[in-house]
Design a protein around this ligand. Structure first.
Ligand code: DAH
Length: 336
C-alpha cells in the first residue's frame, strides 16, 4: 500500500500538459469519485491501527501534491490564454510622426540640387583654429577684413575659435584631397553678434567649392543660375562686384524675385531683386596655402546663409523663431 502511494506521488510530480481537457482528466483520475486518491481514503478503515497515522500523512501528502500540480498547470494555462485572447492583428496605437526643422528641410533641398550636378558633401569641425578659419583663407592676423566677422575666441588659447563661416571646410578639404574636387559643406557657424529679428549668434551656412583645370567665371555663373532655377523657380540673376579676401574677383548674387505682390515689394524693397549669396574665383593665394598650383588649377567658391533662404521661401520675418523650438512654429512644417 505504501509503495503504491510513493508510485502515485512520482506520477503526479512528473505529470505535464498544456491542454485544458487533460488537466481535468488528471483531476478526475486522482480526485474524482473513483479516483486513486479517493480510493485510498476509503481504504483507510482497513489499515491496521498502528499504521493509521503514517498512512494518513502519506495520503494527505499525495492529495496536496495533486492539488499543487493542478494549480501549477492551471496557472501556466491562464497565461497562455491571455496571449491567445489578444488580437494580434489589431493595429497599434497611432504614432505621431515628427517633422524636420525648416533649416534641415531647406539644407537638404539645397544639398540635393548640388548633389545632382556632382557635388559631394564635406564636413568640418565647428571648433576651428585660426589657420583654417582665417589665415589660410587669405585673412592674415590684423587684416581689417577680420572685423567683418565678430568672432568667439577661446580665452585660454586665441588660436582656437568657433568657426565664423563654413569656408574653413574648403581649406580642410583642399589640404587633404587632390583636384578635381567639387564639394558642398553645410553647417553651423557662430558670430558674436547681438540677437535681433535679423541676426543671431548661431546660424547656418552652405559653402560650395569647385577646383579643376580651366574653371571659369562663366562656370560659376551657370552653376548659380541652375541652383536658383531649381530652388526658387527663378533663373534671372545678376552678379554685383564685391569683396571677399578668399576670392578674386568676388561677386554678390541677386535673384530677380519679381514685383508681383505686396510681399515682393516689401522683401525686395521695391527693386524686385534679392541678394542670396556671395561667391567668386578662388584667390590664387588661397590655392598656394593648400599646395595647389594656381598655374595649373583654378576654381570657384560660394557661400550662403541658410536662414535667409528659409525666411525667403516661407516668408518668415524673425530669425529667432528658428532657435526657440516652439511647436507652434515647427508643426507648420509637418507636411513639407
Ligand atoms: N564666407 C563668407 C561669409 O561668411 C561667404 C562666402 C562668400 C563664401 C564668398 C564663399 C565665397 O565661398 O566665395 O560671409
Amino acid at each position: 500500500m505504501f509503495d503504491k502511494i510513493e508510485e502515485l506521488l512520482l506520477q503526479v510530480r512528473q505529470f505535464q500538459t498544456g491542454d485544458k481537457n487533460e488537466i481535468e482528466q488528471f483531476r478526475i483520475v486522482y480526485l474524482g469519485k473513483k479516483g486513486s486518491v479517493t480510493e485510498l481514503f476509503e481504504k483507510f478503515r482497513e489499515v491496521p491501527a498502528e499504521q493509521k497515522k503514517e498512512f494518513g500523512q502519506k495520503i494527505n501528502g499525495l492529495k496536496q501534491a495533486v492539488n499543487a500540480k493542478l494549480d501549477e498547470l492551471k496557472a501556466a494555462l491562464s497565461t497562455e490564454t491571455i496571449a491567445e485572447k489578444s488580437d494580434l492583428t489589431r493595429p497599434g496605437l497611432p504614432l505621431e510622426l515628427g517633422s524636420r526643422h525648416p533649416i534641415s528641410i531647406v539644407r537638404n533641398r539645397i544639398t540635393e540640387i548640388f548633389r545632382s550636378i556632382g557635388f559631394a558633401v564635406a564636413d568640418g569641425p565647428e571648433v576651428e583654429d585660426d589657420w583654417h578659419n582665417f589665415t589660410a583663407l587669405n585673412l592674415p592676423e590684423y587684416h581689417p577684413a577680420r572685423d567683418m566677422q565678430d568672432t568667439f575666441f577661446i580665452e585660454q588659447n586665441p588660436d582656437i575659435l568657433l568657426r565664423t563661416h563654413t569656408s574653413s571646410v574648403q581649406i580642410r578639404y583642399m589640404e587633404n584631397n587632390e583636384p578635381p574636387m567639387r564639394i558642398l559643406s553645410p553647417g553651423r557657424v557662430f558670430r558674436n553678434e547681438a540677437i535681433s529679428s535679423r541676426s543671431h549668434c548661431i546660424f547656418h551656412q552652405i559653402e560650395g567649392l569647385y577646383i579643376d583645370k580651366d574653371v571659369s567665371f562663366a562656370d560659376l555663373k551657370q552653376t548659380i543660375q541652375y541652383f536658383t532655377t531649381e530652388l526658387f523657380g527663378k533663373s534671372k540673376i545678376r552678379m554685383r562686384p564685391s569683396y571677399f579676401p578668399f576670392t578674386e574677383p568676388s561677386a554678390e548674387v541677386d535673384v530677380y524675385w519679381g514685383l508681383n505682390s505686396e510681399t515682393d515689394y516689401r522683401i525686395t524693397k521695391g527693386t524686385g531683386w534679392l541678394e542670396i549669396l556671395g561667391c567668386g574665383m578662388v584667390d590664387p593665394a588661397v590655392l598656394k596655402n593648400v599646395n595647389i598650383d594656381p598655374e595649373k588649377y583654378s576654381g570657384y567658391a560660394f557661400g550662403m546663409g541658410i536662414e535667409r533662404i528659409v525666411m525667403l521661401l516661407y516668408q518668415i520675418s524673425d530669425i529667432r523663431l528658428f532657435f526657440e523650438n516652439d511647436l507652434r512654429t515647427l508643426e507648420q512644417f509637418k507636411t513639407l
